[in-house]
Design a binder for this molecule. Structure first.
Ligand SMILES: [Zn+2]
Length: 103
């Protein structure tokens, strides 16, 4: 994709242009189906779907539950979605090989 400000080619998943620092993409770039780490009940599948489609998480859970009871599809779909939908990437920088204890 291209930066709207300077017109240079930047990474497709970039939020900020590497050349001029302008915010690009934003909401559209972050619109990915992921399983959020915060607020999940089991594996975050329903939460991820609710955020992706801008729906209420309780509504998604209710629909999933009804579908699971009525047809059994939800019971089968949940573990599949668990595997298929990627986990939300960690926002915090990972400490590379450093011990957690204080010096
Ligand atoms: Zn730019």
């Amino acid at each position: 994709m291209y930066c709207n400000y300077c017109g240079k080619v930047i990474q497709d998943d970039a939020n900020v242009c590497a050349y001029c620092g302008t915010r690009v993409g934003g909401v559209i770039a972050r619109k990915r189906l992921v399983r959020p780490r915060a607020g999940r009940s089991i594996a975050g599948v329903c939460l991820g779907i609710s955020e992706y489609f801008d729906l209420d998480v309780n509504l998604v859970r209710l629909v999933w539950l009804i579908t699971a009871i009525m047809t059994g599809v939800g019971l089968l779909a949940y573990p599949i979605a668990w595997i298929v939908i990627p986990e939300e990437p960690l926002m915090l920088p990972m400490p590379a090989g450093r011990p957690a204890t204080n010096p």
